[in-house]
Design a protein around this ligand. Structure first.
Ligand code: MN
Length: 177
């Protein structure tokens, strides 16, 4: 997989989104995306791309709240810094807020194997999301996964989504321009 599908869907000159460039450490980001339907884009750096899932209800720190995560096209690594407005008429038009960002640790042997097997186990070191998470692909589904918080010292029944501000700018979604 590469960035072909990502680029195909966008006119990058018009949409102001990154086109794909350099890489860095094992990072993850969550971008709150006020598109046609509000969702949270969960992205994990794997190799030269950000593997991406759209989570309609957003992530949860509560292990009993399994959140549907729909796999979307790989994004370029530099998308991890993106916050801004995708203008009308472009794919995914609407505001993107950098809701969380940090490093992650793979808890298994190989991320690529975990991805292929549909069973990713990671520990997140974000500002909002911390601790162990599983990302489990649903059987007989091409794109549907579940994001599940594992029980640890960071699991909580508090609604983490109430912390709405950007970790990059401190803005709320209405303030993004
Ligand atoms: Mn999105």
């Amino acid at each position: 997989m590469g960035l072909g599908e990502y680029r195909k869907k966008r006119d990058l000159k018009k949409s102001s989104e990154p086109g794909g460039g350099e890489s860095s450490k094992n990072i993850f980001v969550v971008q709150k995306h006020d598109a046609t339907n509000l969702h949270y884009d969960f992205r994990l750096k794997m190799g030269d791309v950000l593997k991406s899932w759209a989570i309609p209800k957003g992530p949860s720190l509560n292990p009993s709240e399994k959140r549907l995560a729909i796999e979307t096209e790989d994004h370029p690594i530099d998308y991890a810094e993106f916050e801004g407005k995708i203008s009308e008429g472009n794919y995914g038009a609407g505001s993107v807020l950098l809701w969380d960002k940090g490093e992650y640790e793979n808890l298994k042997d190989s991320m690529f194997q975990s991805y292929e097997d549909g069973k990713i186990e990671i520990e997140l070191h974000g500002k909002k999301l911390k601790g162990r998470f599983g990302l489990i692909k649903l059987k007989n589904s091409k794109k549907n996964w579940l994001l599940i918080k594992a029980k640890d010292e960071f699991s909580s029944k508090k609604n983490v989504l109430k912390n709405e501000k950007s970790v990059k700018t401190g803005k709320e979604i209405e303030e993004i321009d």
